[in-house]
Structures are given as structure tokens and as C-alpha cells.
Write a protein that binds this ligand. Structure first.
Ligand SMILES: NC(=O)c1ccc[n+]([C@@H]2O[C@H](COP(=O)([O-])OP(=O)(O)OC[C@H]3O[C@@H](n4cnc5c(N)ncnc54)[C@H](O)[C@@H]3O)[C@@H](O)[C@H]2O)c1
Length: 439
């Protein structure tokens, strides 16, 4: 039974609440800094591989992909499947805010939802998913359906020669996630995962400055993520739990910024509503991380913060500390006698609206520029392993070694000295988690 839960004000506005006039070009120095990790990442990624972009793409076992129109003069032709909370954010951004993309088709299991989105955004409504995959005018598919449907839809899209953007988590099981990543690699199309936090302008700027060595050796990663109020109970029931559904974003950032994680411990509790206990989930959780380089990490998560959506990250290093903390909705403060008040953001799509535009714009560019996406399937698998390790650690009360903590990787681990979005997860399925000690 669920009690005491309410929808956040931002949710009531629906997915159309993102401002229509969001600037896609970031201004000034801030914008230039924010661009650094993407550009540097792509260059360094190429630098470590042999052959030209086309040689690498067409050397993949799956061979050729859809005859995508390529080059800067073209926009990637995207279709969005699944038009709920996240799908409408993506569809709206593709249609209105991403200069390198156009929205050519939409699909949802609910025809009324698809029709409304198609009319609103000026896109063709595909009557079936097969119809969307058969369409020669579709270069890439954005899969934003509930998590349980991701694997089949994404793999079918790749098999049809379409590039794939898939929401996180790719799946709720490791074996399915690993198979999905392998199948799409074999098909030879791009797979980008929805880790939008890597594209958040302040986060990207901090990552760039870390790579320049401005923080020195990192000692501590700290992140908090708090929902104002929980998602719908039906969503929570199929979400995979607080670590896999929500914490996965912070865990991906942890390994992106500080490198591979070798040990995970966690605690969780559910005090706000019996509904969480009934589905075996938590509303509040804490994760501690041990990195391969000896640094430590701590992530706290809440589904029920009440005051607003709050997401902050801090990295403490030998030479400096970076703090990313932007909880305010607007750039003003209301001062009345003895009090100053600032409106807070209430939902993730409000806080990260720029990141959602930037990730989709970069996905579209990866298609037209014929290059790998900046965050791919192996990163998704590695982050899933961290989240699964946290879930296991909370359940068992033990410290757990994540499945892909270094030994299973075939690329260099991620880290501040490396390119943004390098692929660095495990290539093959490994045992899900290993216990390394009792907490
Ligand atoms: N990146 C993020 O921060 C973020 C935030 C929220 C959700 N998500 C992820 O996005 C995905 C979707 O979540 P949501 O909150 O938008 O869900 P939602 O329930 O709001 O929307 C899902 C939509 O998909 C449709 N659908 C269901 N099965 C389908 C199928 N087989 N084919 C086509 N359409 C289908 C539903 O009718 C619905 O319109 C989940 O994987 C979730 O984890 C990511």
C-alpha cells in the first residue's frame, strides 16, 4: 500500500514543461569549457584506435548500417519509441532544440499517446514498431520505453541497421545487458545510453578541468541525489530499485570522474511508505565506494526529499575541490523582512534540461559524423555492475566487488586523465557480484 506520496509540481506540468526556447549553444567561456570533454573525448578515442572512422565502422562484424546521410550539412533523422515522461523530453528536444537532429517518426504502444505527440511535434506516427524499423527515412531510434522492453527493441533496431539511443538502465539483468551490448556491437550500429549527467554543462566543465589536472589526485567523490517525491508506484515496481534505476547516474559519474571502482558497500531503508517494502525497495540509501586508485566515494539517494529535486556532486582532490550544486530554479531570490527565499527545481527534467538537449544533440552528431557515441554500452554495463553490487551489498550486509571492476575490462579504465565517454566496461559477461568482506 502506498501512502503519503505526491507527484512533484514539475511532473504535473508533464513532459512539455521544458522551456521551448532553451539555447542549444552555450554562451561564452562556460560554453567553451562545456564543449571540451566532448571534443577532446572524441579526438582521444580516435587517437587510441587504428584506422579511419569508416574503416572502424565497416570493419565491425555486422558490416554496413542504414545508408545514413552523413556530414555536417545533414541532420540525423531520429524516431522516438515510448512517449512517456522521458520519451517526450527526448522527442521534444529532437523536434525543437537539437540542431543536428530531426524528428521523423514516433511510436508508442498507446495509439492515443503517439497521435498526440505526433501532432504536437509534427512527426509521422508509426502504426507499429516494425513499421518504424522498416522506414528508410529513419537513421536512428531513441528507445524510451519501460526498462523491461529496452533490450528487445534496441537489438531489433540495430539489426534493422538503425543507430540506437537507449534510456538507462539498458536492462534489469546483467546477462541481458551484456548480450544486448554484444548484439549491437555485432550489428555495427551506435549504441548510446542515457547517462545525461555526463553532458550537464557544469559537470562537463568540471570533468574537463579535472583532466587538465586542476584538482590534482582525487581523494573523495561525493554525490547526493534526491527526488522531491517518488515516481508512480507502477514505475517503481518495474524500475529495478533505487540503486539500478536512480543511483546508476551517480555511479556512472563516479567511475567517469575517478576511475574504476573495486569495492561497494551499501545500506537502504524505507520509512516513508509501506509500498517500498512491499516491492523490496528502499526510499533512502547510502553507498560507499572504494576506487582502484585508493580514493573513496559516498553516494546518498532519496526518493522522498520533499523540498525539491536535489542533485549535487563534489570531488575533493589534492590541489582543489570541485562542487556541482545547482538546486535553484531561477536566477532570483525573494527577500522579505528577515528572510531570503529562492525557488528550487522540483524534478530531474527541470534540473537537467540542458543535459538532455546536449546528450541528444551529441547522439545525432555521432550519427552524422560517423563516430562512436561518447557514452556507450560498455559504460552502461559497468555502471549496471556498480548498481547491482550496491543492491547486493545492501541486501547481504557485505562489501561487494563489482563484476567489471578492472579485471573484465579490455580498454583503459575511465578517469580524469582520460577522454570523455570512453568505452571501458567488461566485454564479456562475468559473475554478477563477488563478496569481498563483511561490513
Ligand atoms: N535518464 C533519466 O534521467 C531517466 C529519467 C526517467 C526515466 N528514465 C528511463 O526512461 C525509461 C522510460 O521511463 P518513463 O518514466 O518515461 O516511463 P513512462 O511509463 O512514463 O513511459 C513509458 C512509455 O512507453 C510506452 N510503452 C510501453 N511499452 C512499450 C512498447 N513495448 N513499445 C512502445 N511503447 C511502449 C508507454 O505507453 C508509455 O507511454 C525507463 O527505462 C526509465 O528508467 C530515465
Amino acid at each position: 500500500m502506498w501512502s503519503g506520496l505526491h507527484r512533484a509540481p514539475g511532473d504535473d506540468d508533464g513532459p512539455f514543461s521544458v522551456p521551448r526556447s532553451y539555447p542549444t549553444e552555450l554562451p561564452g567561456l562556460f560554453g567553451r569549457l562545456a564543449q571540451v570533454p566532448c571534443q577532446a573525448g572524441a579526438k582521444q578515442w580516435y587517437g587510441r584506435r587504428k584506422g579511419t572512422d569508416d574503416e572502424r565502422r565497416f570493419a565491425r562484424p555486422g558490416g554496413a548500417v542504414s545508408p545514413t546521410r552523413q556530414g555536417p550539412a545533414h541532420r540525423a533523422r531520429l524516431a522516438v519509441a515510448g512517449l512517456g515522461r522521458m520519451g517526450m523530453v527526448h522527442a521534444t528536444n529532437v523536434a525543437r532544440r537539437c540542431p543536428s537532429a530531426e524528428l521523423v517518426a514516433v511510436f508508442d504502444l498507446r495509439p492515443d499517446v503517439a497521435r498526440e505527440a505526433g501532432e504536437r511535434l509534427g512527426a509521422r506516427v508509426a502504426p507499429t514498431y516494425d513499421d518504424l524499423l522498416d522506414s528508410p527515412e529513419v537513421d536512428a531510434v531513441v528507445v524510451a520505453t519501460p526498462t523491461g522492453a529496452h533490450a528487445e527493441m534496441a537489438v531489433r533496431a540495430a539489426a534493422a541497421g538503425k543507430h540506437v539511443f537507449c534510456e538507462k538502465p539498458l536492462s534489469l539483468e546483467r546477462v541481458t545487458t551484456a548480450q544486448m551490448v554484444a548484439d549491437i556491437e555485432a550489428a555495427g550500429t551506435n549504441l548510446q545510453v542515457g547517462f545525461h549527467r555526463r553532458f550537464d554543462p557544469p559537470t562537463a566543465a568540471v570533468a574537463a578541468r579535472m583532466r587538465q589536472g586542476e584538482l590534482g589526485a582525487p581523494y573523495l567523490f561525493r554525490a547526493s541525489q534526491r527526488d522531491m517525491s517518488p515516481p508512480r508506484p507502477e514505475f517503481l515496481a518495474g524500475s529495478g530499485g533505487i540503486f539500478v534505476d536512480m543511483g546508476i547516474h551517480d555511479l556512472d559519474l563516479a567511475r567517469w570522474l575517478l576511475g574504476e571502482v573495486v569495492s561497494v558497500s551499501a545500506r537502504g531503508t524505507a520509512l516513508s511508505s509501506p509500498g517500498f517494502q512491499e516491492i523490496g525497495d528502499y526510499d533512502t540509501a547510502v553507498v560507499t565506494l572504494g576506487f582502484a586508485n585508493g580514493a573513496l566515494g559516498i553516494v546518498d539517494l532519496s526518493r522522498v526529499a520533499g523540498y525539491g529535486y536535489d542533485s549535487s556532486v563534489e570531488v575533493v582532490g589534492r590541489a582543489g575541490t570541485a562542487r556541482i550544486d545547482e538546486p535553484f530554479a531561477y536566477g532570483y531570490e525573494l527577500r522579505t523582512p528577515g528572510t531570503a527565499a529562492r525557488p528550487l527545481v522540483s524534478s530531474f527534467d527541470q534540473r537537467y534540461s540542458a543535459a538532455f538537449v546536449a546528450e541528444m544533440e551529441d547522439f545525432a552528431r555521432s550519427v552524422t559524423e560517423v563516430r562512436p557515441p561518447l557514452v556507450g554500452g560498455r559504460d552502461a554495463l559497468a555502471a549496471f555492475d556498480l548498481a547491482a553490487a550496491a543492491a547486493e551489498a545492501a541486501r547481504s550486509g557485505t562489501t561487494v566487488q563489482p563484476a567489471s571492476s578492472g579485471t573484465g575490462t579490455d580498454d583503459q579504465p575511465a578517469g580524469p586523465a582520460q577522454a570523455a565517454g570512453e568505452h571501458s566496461g567488461a566485454r564479456t559477461a562475468a559473475p554478477n557480484v563477488k563478496e569481498v568482506g563483511t561490513r
